[in-house]
Design a protein around this ligand. Structure first.
Ligand code: NOJ
Ligand code: MG
Length: 541
């Protein structure tokens, strides 16, 4: 702890002005970060106790996943009260304390807001169930009569992201829409009452001092008028590749513009980042037009394979399209909804090697980067979680493998599970015993560890004038490699990445700054082994 405190970063001289354009934002999945009360579930005091670690890591801001009152049907993405903290995670006083302490450590706080749907236990939905069809209570949600004899068929063919029909029938025969679990009824954003309520919720948290919002399902808040059929089965496979009548509708942008005006009425550059699955980088960029949200997660980068050509294409397209609207590009490798990238990139030693190289690639790109908790430890996906622990609604409804394997709690220290995650004997998902060597404590003692690599990369990113916001210049390089130069204030930083299977020789001159593996830079060239990346101070010549 003391070592981390010493490492706590000093504020950047230009901090406060458009800080978000090149911020590194660390995603805290609260449930799995640190548990203060020994119940096996991470909580806000747990996060608070680990702020020195996060400040020492060198990130700029934390994004906290939902900690609001919730029956946890989707682990907090089903909110029953947007203005209070679930007892599992602490109290409102804990939230205030966390915000204040984070600010004292130079860390900004972004909270999740879930506007597409509420929990089915939210007071509004309970009232809707108790009220008759056509009532004002029902009009906050999307209730419709069914089709077919007796209205026994759902109103249209929309499928839930978690599998099965996106409609559930209530006892009086009407159906309500839920793009996710049945416990997550969709709100009707055409209803002014819904808009007013969320403006008020945003103000509540802004007044409490948060620096911004991560907007859940930002692309889903508006549905096509008349709720037309999609006309295709297996709609889940079309996510992010086609415009569906319930996602990426133009009307969402009006809602976002109103939110931006609200954010801009506060001081201190409060931001919003869109969780939006759009079919192309260009459509994604619409979410970050100057009068809309500040950033949007780049899932095109996340889903790109570990292949230089594929990565280059998405990097170029992302920078170009974000640049066209004046927004920073963002870079995301993992989050709580996808398989961790060590595993996506092949797992084992190769996956880890690639993830190390990917860290240097990602943190050298212009714009803002997201780090998902545990990626700085090189955690893999846990693929063999015992059946009885797996509780993700996505898996329970039959879509894919489920997301529990990327949500396993962090290993902090010690020789045995739960590795200092909490004071109790267990964690809500078991931590594999072979994570002994991956704990924060173990990696802090090892200069060759993933954690050491992240700490040094983040330190350089903060100190090196060429990193962060700005442009990028590609250099010609052999197939299977990416080489680019970042330049600012007379300083040039080179980044070279080899995604191929052979060592390559690249013309380069200068001083190595940080490598993800063993490289040689001398005599005007760089020898770069497979799955390795290097940052160096470029000397022209
Ligand atoms: C996206 C969140 O990241 C995910 O965890 C959640 O299941 C859905 N939105 C629904 O809220
Ligand atoms: Mg706890």
């Amino acid at each position: 702890m003391t070592q981390d405190t010493l490492l706590a970063r000093a504020p950047h001289p230009e901090e406060g002005t458009r800080w978000w354009r090149d911020a590194v934002i660390y995603q805290v999945y609260v449930r799995s970060f640190a548990d203060s009360d020994g119940d096996g579930v991470g909580d806000l005091p747990g996060v608070r106790s680990r702020l020195p670690y996060l400040a020492g890591l060198g990130v700029d801001a934390l994004w906290l996943t939902p900690f609001y009152v919730s029956p946890m049907a989707d682990f907090g993405y089903d909110v029953a009260d947007y203005r209070d903290v679930d007892p599992l995670f602490g109290t409102l006083a804990d939230a205030r304390g966390l915000i204040a302490d984070a600010h004292a450590h130079g860390l900004r706080i972004i909270v999740d807001v879930v506007p597409n749907h509420t929990s089915d236990r939210h007071a509004w939905f309970r009232a809707a169930l108790a009220a008759p069809p056509g009532s004002a209570e029902r009009a906050r949600y999307i209730f419709r009569d069914g089709r077919g004899p007796d209205g026994a068929e759902p109103p249209n063919d929309w499928e839930s992201v978690f599998g099965g029909p996106a409609w559930t029938r209530v006892p009086d025969g009407q159906w309500y829409l839920h793009l996710f679990a049945p416990e997550q009824p969709d709100l009707d954003w055409e209803n002014p009452e819904v808009r007013a309520e969320f403006a008020d919720i945003l103000k509540f948290w802004l007044d409490l001092g948060v620096d911004g919002f991560r907007v859940d399902v930002a692309h889903g808040m508006a549905k096509a008028p008349g709720l037309p059929d999609v006309g295709h089965p297996n709609q889940v496979e079309m996510l992010g590749t086609a415009v569906l009548p319930y996602f990426d509708q133009d009307a969402v942008h009006d809602i976002h513009r109103a939110w931006r005006r609200l954010l801009d009425s506060y001081d201190g550059e409060r931001i919003a980042v869109a969780e939006a699955w759009a079919p192309t980088p260009r459509r994604l960029a619409h979410y970050t037009r100057p009068d809309e949200l500040h950033q949007a997660f780049n899932f095109h980068y996340l889903t790109a394979p570990w292949d230089a050509a594929a990565l280059r294409e998405v990097i170029e397209e992302s920078i170009r399209t974000a640049g066209e609207v004046g927004a920073p590009a963002t870079w995301v490798l993992s989050n709580h909804d996808v398989k961790r990238h060590v595993t996506r990139y092949g797992g084992g030693a190769a996956g880890l090697r690639r993830a190390r190289a990917a860290a240097l690639l990602t943190l050298a790109l212009p714009g803002s980067s997201y780090v998902y908790q545990g990626e700085e430890l090189g955690l893999p996906e846990v693929l063999d979680l015992p059946e009885e622990f797996q509780r993700d609604p996505q898996r329970l409804r039959g879509e894919g493998a489920g997301r529990d394997g990327c949500r396993v709690p962090l290993p902090w220290e010690g020789e045995e599970p739960p590795f200092g995650f909490g004071a109790g004997p267990a964690s809500w998902l078991p931590i594999p015993p072979d994570w002994r060597g991956l704990t924060v404590a173990a990696q802090s003692a090892d200069p060759g560890s993933m954690l050491a690599l992240y700490r040094e990369a983040l330190r350089l990113r903060r100190d090196h004038p060429a990193l962060g916001d700005g442009g990028l210049r590609w250099e010609a390089s052999p197939t299977g490699t990416l080489v680019f130069v970042r330049e600012n204030g007379g300083r040039r930083l080179g980044c070279a990445v080899n995604t191929g299977g052979e060592t390559v020789r690249i013309p380069a001159r200068g001083t190595p700054l940080l490598a993800s593996g063993t490289v040689r830079l001398e005599g005007g060239h760089l020898d770069l082994p497979p799955d390795t990346a290097l940052w160096w101070d470029v000397e022209e010549g």
